[in-house]
Design a protein around this ligand. Structure first.
Ligand code: DGJ
Length: 314
């Protein structure tokens, strides 16, 4: 009899291959040569644990169930003059591989130490290896515009984009990256204007783009917001809250961070979200759920346990 895979259990503690709970919040994912990499915020205990006391962690997996701790991909700096000094805020790391330069390029939301969330910067770091160490390159406001929550999306025509919460959390910007992915080009589209969205994630199915994000209520969960478009620069059509089942009105107590395409399974996409725990940041949990696709919309039904076989019948 084939062995059953260990199920995904949304909201439950998820140990890595050493038995320690995975510590990679606000995560971003990269698939490369048979291995998935999970980058995330390394949180520490207590309320101060949401600041970057350690850096960005990275885990690897070949099957999406078992994750090996690969250590700290980007370490905070001990230099008080560095924008990424210990005690700053490094959130929502996302990594792309740039084939032209051979570099892994990490973008993240950066807030300066002691300045709350007022700086609204993006940070960029690079490495020759997917597990780092990444070297901090610089921080800036992309296209000169505010940038807080963000994601990256590499399209199949070779272009890549930063999708970011701009204009003081009011409007999303889709900003085209330079060929080396180290900067923005100055070309950006304003999408979903005045909707006040964050926690953004993008995926593409049969040429159609899908967006999922949240509203802006700090660490407190709220209803998810979906949208679809034929071009990444818009216009985007709102689809409402795609979640169904218990606590669907608060995204199952979580906030979106990524949509992961399962390699080799067309149409298999996993919604990935964080159940934040602001009083004890390290104890935030992860919600992974399979996405149910329709022609020009999608839904995310709650499941307390599931495995990748749910995609077999699709
Ligand atoms: C919501 C954002 O999505 C998180 O990444 C974080 O910045 C919190 N706000 C801080 O309150």
């Amino acid at each position: 009899m084939p062995l059953s895979p260990p199920p995904f259990r949304p909201g439950q503690l998820w140990p890595d291959t050493d038995g320690t709970p995975i510590n990679a919040h606000g995560g971003g994912f990269l698939y490369r040569n048979g291995t998935y990499f999970w980058y995330g915020e390394f949180k520490t205990g207590g309320e101060g644990g949401n600041r970057a006391n350690v850096g960005i962690s990275v885990y690897s997996s070949r099957d999406l169930y078992h994750w090996k701790n690969e250590g700290i991909a980007l370490k905070v700096s001990e230099d008080e003059n560095s924008p990424i000094v210990k005690g700053s805020v490094l959130e929502r790391p996302k990594v792309l591989f740039n084939a032209a330069t051979g570099k892994y390029v990490m973008w993240f939301h950066l807030e300066l130490k002691g300045k709350g969330y007022s700086a609204a910067l993006a940070g960029v770091a690079t490495s020759r290896s997917p597990v780092g160490p990444f070297t901090f390159v610089r921080s800036f406001r992309p296209d000169g515009e505010m940038s807080r929550d963000m994601t990256l999306f590499a399209d199949d025509d070779g272009k890549a984009y930063l999708i970011t919460t701009s204009e003081n959390n009011q409007t999303q910007h889709v900003s085209q990256l330079t060929d080396d992915y180290l900067d923005t080009t100055g070309h950006f589209a304003r999408i979903l204007a005045h909707q006040a969205l964050e926690g953004e994630a993008i995926f593409k199915v049969n040429g159609r783009y899908f967006y999922i994000g949240s509203h802006t209520t700090g660490w407190t969960p709220n209803p998810a917001f979906a949208a679809t478009a034929e071009r990444i620069t818009g216009p985007w059509t709102p689809l409402g809250n795609p979640c169904t089942g218990p606590n669907a009105n608060i995204t199952f107590g979580a906030q979106s961070t990524y949509v992961l395409a399962v390699h080799g399974k067309p149409g298999a996409f996993i919604f990935i979200a964080d159940q934040w725990n602001p009083k004890d940041a390290i104890d935030g949990r992860y919600v992974w759920l399979p996405i149910t696709l329709a022609a020009s919309s999608f839904s995310i039904p709650w499941r307390s346990a599931w495995d990748l076989h749910v995609f077999d019948s699709r």
